[in-house]
Ligand binder design. Structure first.
Ligand code: LLP
Length: 386
């Protein structure tokens, strides 16, 4: 029902490589997110870093989600797409003064603060503007999310978040300041998490920490808890599992993280919302006979989709033109002069020829948005299902 169909006849008029977005699947995914997160106190944000394509973002905003952003560029993109400023949170370890000022002017919902140095600068800027900055402190929960080391973020050795030992001093600072408003605590443990156990541990850590802080600060209110994003998707079988298991995910938090009266629980999902609706479409430039190897050389490579080169990620590769029953073994590579520009080794594909269209599936998250002009190649464009 949600299997992506590729209208190759429409592709003739588009310049490859480009991203093809199955908007029906995006809408179905958003429907599932809103249905299963329909729990008192739950607020789902979309992590814009996953995909800032205007049409994709517009649909997510229309579904009523908030936005999680990490730069003023993302904040502007979110406002343009229709996310109301109070539903935008601003995270990131390196917010500049200019970004902080503009975010305060726009009236965003919350700054997710990652260090004492940042807190001091936000206070100074808010004071100079005569406003009160809404603050959530990002705590490092020291949980191993068991994912790729580049996208594990909740360990003490990572650059993110505030150590538990330092947290009380920063809460005190917020409570005593005329220009800071303590809104809550923020956590994020990593990305592409498929075994949900680390989330259960996160819930336990949060409850423990909340109790500890309430003892330290009698009467302290923590109006918002934010558990970040990270829910993974099925890169191997995008058609079998086009929509992640949001039910199990939200049920886990409902079960293991009981909220106080009036308390809100925020989520910042990126990949789980957009990954499966996007595919990178490339054309086969040559089929090259190597020594004991046959290479399918595409016109799009690591500049269009960097995840395989950067994280050794594998995106399912499909020949969407071939109707042949003959199966062959190929290495599927891009045109860029780096060995890491490889999408797949020993891929079994139907007989492939020059001019065929190939789809690199599950590219809706961290695909288009991470593309570059390396080798002076134009950025990939985008095409949408009707
Ligand atoms: N919240 C925070 C604070 C984050 O740092 C991230 C992702 C998210 C939410 C959204 O995580 P998601 O639900 O998408 O897993 N480029 C990498 C992923 C980097 C993720 C960075 N932070 C990739 O292609 O796998």
């Amino acid at each position: 029902m949600t299997k992506t169909h590729f209208p190759t006849d429409r592709f003739e008029s588009a310049q490859t490589p480009f991203y093809y977005y199955d908007l029906h699947l995006l809408d179905e995914t958003l429907k599932a997110v809103t249905e299963y997160s329909d729990v008192p106190g739950f607020c789902v944000h979309y992590a814009v870093k996953a995909n800032a394509n205007p049409e994709v973002m517009r649909r997510i905003a229309a579904a009523g989600l908030g936005a999680d952003t990490v730069s003023i560029g993302e904040i502007h993109a979110a406002v343009t797409a229709g996310f109301p400023a109070p539903k935008i949170v601003f995270a990131g370890v390196g917010k500049t003064d200019e970004e902080i000022r503009t975010a305060l002017e726009l009236g965003i919902g919350c700054f997710n603060v990652e260090s004492e140095a940042e807190l001091d600068v936000i206070e100074e800027i808010a004071a100079s503007m005569g406003v009160k900055a809404p603050i959530a402190l990002r705590v490092n929960p020291e949980i191993d999310a068991h994912t790729h080391h580049y996208i594990t973020t909740g360990l003490a050795e990572n650059k993110f978040g505030i150590a538990r030992e330092v947290l009380p001093a920063l809460i005190k600072k917020c409570l005593e300041s005329d220009h800071l408003q303590f809104k809550g605590l923020h956590f994020h443990i990593g990305s592409q998490i498929t075994d949900l156990t680390p989330y259960k541990i996160l819930c336990e850590r949060i409850l423990e920490l909340q109790k500890e802080l309430e003892e330290k600060f009698p009467g302290l209110e923590i109006p918002n808890l934010n558990v970040g994003g990270g829910l993974g998707i099925d890169y191997d079988e995008p058609d079998e599992n086009p929509i992640p298991d949001f039910k199990t995910y939200f049920d886990l938090f409902k079960r293991y993280l009981p909220l106080k009266p009036g308390q809100k629980l925020h989520f910042e999902l990126g990949r789980a919302i957009v990954a499966q609706c996007g595919s990178l479409i490339c054309k086969v430039v040559f089929v090259k006979e190597g020594l004991g190897k046959r290479f399918v050389i595409l016109d799009g490579g690591m500049a269009a989709l960097i995840r395989p080169a950067l994280y050794q990620a594998h995106h399912k590769i499909e020949n969407i033109s071939s109707t042949s029953d003959i199966m062959e073994k190929y290495d599927v590579v891009g045109p860029i002069c780096e060995s890491s520009d490889t999408f797949g080794v020993d891929e079994i594909l139907p007989l492939t020829k020059r001019g065929d269209y190939m789809a690199l599936r599950s590219g809706g998250a961290y695909g288009e948005v991470m593309a570059s002009c390396y080798n002076c190649r134009p950025l990939p464009g985008s095409l949408y299902s009707c």
